[in-house]
Design a protein around this ligand. Structure first.
Ligand code: PLP
Length: 442
């Protein structure tokens, strides 16, 4: 079967692998949102990816609108990235000593984002936010962190409270296993509500080390900051001697060369003190970073007293993949992301309107998601009132027609520069039937 996931052998291969996986891996997956729990059915086990397309173990092909949850901005197995990886790997995989690629990757990041003087490379977005928080606590000598409900910053203890992404998808209040002491040092506020931020600082400002926010939230679906919101966070944190951490793990190098900062910044009130990055900057390999003001970064070991480390941090192969990906992110690439994303979103909206399915499309650069409710959606409480059953029907219709959406209505849709006219047309053709399925009920 070349397209349409129910053709040919169906998905027996994926079912077999899920059975095997479930015996040895909890829930059969290594990250919860892959499990299809929110939409039901069998997750497809992928065998390969090329450009905009994925092929599963049964030979079914899909236009990929997950793009590994963001990293694959140039498409799968891009020749330049592949060459960089092969050439680097041939010279050894990891040395545990400094090497040049990590320097070049750090230089590339610092060159792109003006307020970032220095970065430390880590292995995942979770490590980046975890380390940024430790650094902010070390710098301010305070313990309390403010986060916004619906924002996901990885599975860091202090940041799992009212988190987005999988925590939202599975409607978990919080994770078990997070110490009360850790959660007790986290203040969770509604997104886009500066009054709530003012009130929290009025009460506990002298204890607050940092406010962490997604530069533009993409983990409760896409909810862009209201005009002035980020600016307000900068003003309030500065007034109280707290740091502002802008989490660009998802938006970084995707919304623009300089991430969402490049879309909305620079701000009159000044930039965030610290930024976190991941996804695109690793090109599909496990690498991420946190960085920012030189005087704050100077506190990191071995220069300073805040400890942070990693056996594989700055891995030469991952750094080569990230560097080749960032260098491949030309103006034409960003233009193509815009064209592909707009075409898909417009067609989806048209199809849903034609089928009388309430919905709204929201944007952050070329990142978008479709909420299955009327808009606007400004925070997590509003995001939660979606018709998740309509999404589930929509999702499965798309999947059967060879389009792989994120299996949750709380996630951004991702395109790549490899989403050419043929891939976009394949998605557009699938939308009317999916919209009718969404409308139909069970
Ligand atoms: N921060 C944001 C904004 C994210 O979207 C994510 C992952 O989705 C993370 C942090 C965590 O990154 P990772 O999954 O690489 O640990």
């Amino acid at each position: 079967a070349l397209s349409g996931s129910t053709a040919g052998d169906g998905f027996r291969g994926s079912e077999g692998l899920l059975t095997r996986a479930s015996a040895v891996i909890p829930g059969g997956v290594n990250s919860p949102v892959r499990a299809f729990r929110a939409v039901g059915g069998t997750p497809r086990f992928m065998a390969s990816g090329k450009g905009a397309w994925l092929t599963d173990v049964d030979g079914n092909r899909y236009v990929d609108l997950i793009c590994s949850w963001g990293p694959m901005i140039l498409g799968h197995a891009h020749p330049d990235v592949l060459r960089a990886v092969e050439e680097t790997a041939a010279r050894g995989f990891s040395f545990g000593t400094p090497s040049e690629n990590e320097v070049a990757l750090a230089e590339e990041i610092v060159a792109r984002i003006e307020p970032v003087d220095q970065v430390r490379l880590v292995n995942s977005g979770t490590e980046a936010t975890m380390s940024a928080i430790r650094l902010a606590r070390g710098y301010t000598q305070r313990d309390v962190i403010v986060k916004f409900s619906g924002c996901y910053h990885g599975h860091v203890d202090a940041l799992l409270a009212s988190a987005g992404s999988g925590v939202a998808t599975f409607a978990l209040p919080d994770s078990a296993g997070v110490p009360r002491s850790s959660a007790g040092e986290t203040i969770v506020l509604p997104y886009n509500d500066l009054d709530a931020v003012e009130a929290a600082f009025a009460e506990r400002g002298h204890e607050i080390a940092a406010v962490i926010t997604e530069a533009a939230p993409g983990n409760m679906g896409v909810v862009p900051p209201d005009p002035g919101f980020t600016e307000g966070l900068r003003r309030i944190t500065r007034e109280h001697g707290a740091l502002l951490i802008s989490d660009e793990v998802m938006t970084g190098f995707r919304c623009s060369r300089a991430g969402f900062y490049g879309v909305e910044g620079p701000y009159a009130a000044g930039p965030a003190d610290l930024f976190t990055f991941g996804k695109v900057m690793g090109g599909g390999f496990p690498t991420a970073a946190f960085g920012g003001r030189a005087d704050v970064m100077a506190l990191l070991a071995p220069a300073g007293p805040v400890y942070q480390a990693g056996t594989l941090s700055g891995n030469p192969v991952a750094s080569a993949a990230g560097l080749a990906t960032l260098r491949g992110c030309t103006d034409e690439v960003y233009a193509r992301l815009d064209v592909a994303a707009r075409a898909i979103a417009d067609a989806a909206s048209e199809a849903l309107t034609a089928a009388s399915v309430p919905h709204t499309v929201q944007w952050a650069g070329s990142m978008f998601s479709i909420f299955f409710r009327e808009g606007p959606v400004r925070n997590y409480d509003e995001a939660k009132t979606q018709d998740v059953d309509a999404f589930r029907r929509f999702f499965h219709s798309m999947l059967e027609q060879g389009v792989h959406l994120p299996p949750s209505s709380f996630e951004s849709w991702f395109v790549s520069a490899a989403h050419d006219d043929a891939a976009v047309a394949h998605v557009v053709d699938a939308l009317p039937a999916a919209a009718r399925a969404a409308a139909a009920g069970d």
